[in-house]
Write a protein that binds this ligand. Structure first.
Ligand SMILES: *Cc1c(COP(=O)(O)O)cnc(C)c1O
Length: 826
């Protein structure tokens, strides 16, 4: 066991390094020449590494001082538990937050490099799938900026989200070896290594005081080694910590095997331990029940809780019954929800507490955020798998459930059906653990991520629990950080805004309201500047599309963009049907009121999600036909952007005119891509779903293209849904379906799109794509008309940015803190 007892950190403040150009240049040179041993003229990646190390040095005093300030006895703190942190690049973010832009530019001069060049050398930290993981990263940014004592806990995946490339129109996945050249930001802290048990069996006994105790014996332990990433606040000398756990083998051998002479086999066994943190599971909003995934979840929960308890003890706290007064754990979806049982285990078996005291603590320091209503995303684990992997936590879950069901029985005597519905154990051929139920029972707060989503949770999935514990349920509408998504991603728009209203908006986004008067049509000069910024950003995106897809986008056309994970509920198919409709209009010469468009679609499909992968193929096939048809003549361009990730969104959002947020109503919990676009002056075409509703309310109906059925209408229609009826009564839809069916887009690959046609035309299509086709096409027609009124469009664009203040994660974090965490800034 390599973890040593560590004393409370010393409280002497670490002095900052001198940060003038000269000192900074010296540091940079020392790293490049004397540490990395690379002379001028070496590949730029080495100068990137030297710069990143230099910046980390300049973060270190604030980082250590923040760490010490957080670690005082009696100080309340929060821990954000997440299997995903979709961080992207860190370099420019730290430069922005430290205010070292000018200094580093000047220092780099002597190296013949620019910040922009070097930023390109950094691989994305892609430790997440999509919205849920990116949300965790935005939360961390805002907590640091608000000086909230929040620590992130996650997994140090060796391989992050796969990289996507396209061959013959199909998605191909490549491993993301993001650590190949090392990670200059992270600090390994082996002194805080923990041991996480797996397997074995439980034993029960009575201790000297005659109290019943359990021990978990004959376990196969895995070491969890923390790697800390600095999370800098915006120009406030706060640097919080994201602690990522890497798995490693213990130094113990299987003695039997060792003594039998199988030295190499005994060493090989160690491999299994290292597998736990090897790879991020690439499923977004669906679970595939793999054993290794459960190991990851328990590994994260156990290591993080042990670490929080260790910090509690080393900070000099003594009375454990006060633990919940000073600690709160926010669980990002049910992925880490085994933490409920694990904290109980640590308090009972390690800290020697009794059940009631341990439960009083656990149920007062856990909080759970739900991210989806889709049934395929609700985590269930077979009891048998738990029994084999986690026998002691399973016993604890049984006990939690037994006591909980007693409470249900007291409130609803004889209501067996309700008890069956609410039980954490789902009975059936395969008995399963309902992780969402465990999370609700063990938490004092349960929240959804947008107003509609939280309402649908209360009225639907969580209804029984709302009847029992109405006080637990609340809403926290998501946000995104304006530092990354405006100040960093759109420097020219940021400069223009700041020239008018000052730069206070960067850390206080509602100040963007001050732009509203400038949206007025009489401000022709400001309008022209606003358009010039957008046009320059469109040139930047056009260059990316040209390089990645070989397609020429005309920056004077409408840029119509849908980027997000590929999923049927997000309805990329509806977008494609509209593209085919536009193409059909060109071919038939129906060009009245036409506006030239460039349609960009991007996103990754889960490797096992056949339909999502086929949708990618369809986009690419349609793109090829449209782009090579001489009759189209530049009126319409279509491209699929490969390998959509945080870094590509930083180019895309500032350059987009029209943001596609077209999920089936009631299915997108919140969406956050919609918010990034809005901040960057993009107008939304969207359904009445997730946070779209709140965006619509903020900006006004006249500045948003709303279409489609509402969530209640979707559910009313569902049993009677007849897609063929829409085809029969809508000739334009019929033409689109006929064109698709004719094989026009797959002349050499017959039948490949049959599965798509089949679901579109099935009365059981859960996403009811055709029900919204007419309404969508009509809304798109309104878009085209609005686009042709240049001043009117610019006005809408300015008003979208000006109304986006609510969607900063600064506001989201203030609400989490006000209602759930109750931390005071250090
Ligand atoms: C913001 C973001 C998402 C979430 O997008 P939605 O449109 O809300 O699904 C997914 N992936 C990346 C890389 C993002 O930046």
């Amino acid at each position: 066991m390599s973890a040593e007892k560590t004393a409370a950190p010393c409280s002497v403040a670490l002095k900052p390094l001198p940060s003038g150009v000269e000192a900074f240049t010296r540091d940079l040179e020392r790293y490049q020449f004397y540490h990395l041993g690379r002379l001028l003229g070496s590949p730029p990646v080495y100068t990137y590494q030297a710069l990143a190390r230099t910046l980390r040095d300049h973060l270190m005093s604030d980082w250590m001082n923040t760490y010490v300030a957080r670690d005082q006895p009696g100080k309340r703190r929060a821990y954000y538990l997440s299997l995903e942190f979709l961080i992207g690049r860190a370099l420019s973010n730290h430069v922005l937050n430290l205010g070292l832009d000018e200094v580093s530019r000047e220092a780099l001069h002597g190296f013949g490099q620019t910040l922009e060049n070097l930023a390109e050398e950094e691989p994305d930290a892609g430790l997440g799938n999509g919205g849920l993981g990116r949300l965790a990263a935005c939360f961390m940014d805002s907590c640091a900026t608000l000086n909230l004592p929040v620590m992130g806990y996650g997994i140090h995946y060796e391989y992050g989200m796969f990289r996507q490339h396209i061959e013959n129109g199909y998605q191909i996945e490549d491993p993301d070896n993001w650590l190949r050249d090392g990670n200059p930001w992270e600090v390994e802290r082996p002194e805080y290594t923990c041991r996480v048990p797996f397997g074995g069996h439980t034993e029960h006994y009575h201790d000297k005081a005659g109290i019943h105790r359990a021990r978990w014996a004959d376990t196969n332990d895995v070491l969890a080694i923390p790697y800390d990433m600095p999370i800098s606040g915006y120009r406030n000398h706060v640097v919080n910590t994201l602690r990522l756990w890497k798995s490693a083998a213990t130094d113990e051998f299987d003695l039997n095997e060792f003594n039998a002479g199988s030295y190499t086999e005994a060493v090989q066994e160690k491999n299994h331990a290292e597998h736990i943190s090897m790879v991020l599971y690439p499923n977004d909003t669906s679970e595939n029940g793999k054993e290794l995934r459960l190991r990851q979840q328990y590994f994260l929960a156990s290591a993080s809780l042990q670490d929080a308890l260790r910090q509690w003890h080393t900070a000099g706290n003594s009375d454990l019954t006060k633990f919940a007064e000073h600690n709160v754990f926010q669980m990002n979806d049910t992925h880490p929800s085994i933490a409920v049982a694990e904290l109980m285990r640590l308090l009972l078996d390690q800290e020697g507490m009794q059940w009631d005291a341990a439960w009083a603590i656990t149920s007062h320091c856990m909080a759970y955020t739900n991210h989806t209503l889709l049934p395929e995303a609700l985590e269930r684990w077979p009891v048998a798998l738990f029994q084999r992997l986690l026998p002691r936590p399973l016993e604890i879950i049984y006990e939690i459930n037994a006591r909980f069901l007693r409470e249900v029985a007291v409130k609803w005597p004889g209501d067996i059906e309700r008890r069956r519905r609410m039980s954490i154990i789902e009975e059936g051929d395969v008995r399963q653990l309902r992780m969402a139920w465990l999370a609700i029972v063990g938490s004092f707060s349960v929240n959804g991520v947008a107003a509609l989503h939280s309402r649908l949770l209360r009225e639907g999935l969580f209804r029984d629990f709302v009847d029992l514990w109405p006080h637990k349920f609340n809403n926290k509408t998501n946000g995104v950080t304006p530092r990354r998504w405006m100040a960093h991603a759109n420097p020219s728009m940021s400069a223009l805004i700041s020239s008018k209203i000052g730069d206070g908006w960067v850390a206080d986004l509602p100040q963007l309201e001050k732009l509203k008067p400038l949206a007025d049509l009489k401000n022709t000069a400001f309008h022209a500047d606003w358009r010039a910024v957008k046009r320059a950003n469109k040139m930047r995106l056009a260059a990316l599309v040209k390089a990645e897809c070989g397609v020429e986008f005309n920056p004077d056309a409408l840029f119509d963009v849908q980027v997000k994970r590929i999923h049927e509920y997000k309805r990329q198919l509806l977008n494609v049907l509209h593209v085919i409709h536009l193409y059909n209009r060109i071919n038939r010469g129906r060009l009245d009121g036409w506006a030239d468009r460039c349609v960009l679609i991007g996103g990754k499909a889960a490797p096992g999600y056949v339909m999502a992968k086929r949708i990618i193929k369809l986009v690419n096939s349609v793109a090829e036909v449209v782009n090579s048809d001489p009759d189209v003549d530049g009126r319409l361009k279509v491209a699929f952007l490969p390998n959509y990730r945080v870094t590509s969104m930083e180019i895309i959002a500032p350059a987009t005119d029209l943001s596609e947020q077209i999920s089936t109503a009631g299915k997108e919990a919140s969406g956050t891509g919609n918010m990034k676009f809005m901040m960057n002056g993009t107008i939304t075409i969207g359904t009445y779903d997730g946070a779209n509703i709140e965006i619509l309310e903020a900006v006004g109906e006249e500045n948003f293209f709303l279409f489609g059925l509402h969530a209640d209408e979707v559910e009313t229609l569902r049993p009677h849904y007849q897609p063929m009826a829409y085809v029969d009564k809508d000739p334009e839809l019929r033409e689109v379906i006929d064109l698709l069916r004719s094989g026009h887009f797959n002349l050499c690959e017959s039948g490949i799109f049959d599965m798509i046609l089949d679901t579109l035309l099935s009365p059981h299509d859960p996403w009811m794509v055709l029900a919204d086709f007419r309404s969508y096409v009509d809304a798109q027609e309104r878009v085209s008309q609005a686009w042709q009124d240049e001043a009117g469009w610019t006005r809408m664009s300015i008003l979208n940015t000006a109304s986006s203040g609510f969607f900063s994660t600064d506001r989201t974090m203030v609400e989490y803190n006000r209602d759930i965490w109750k931390l005071s800034p250090s």
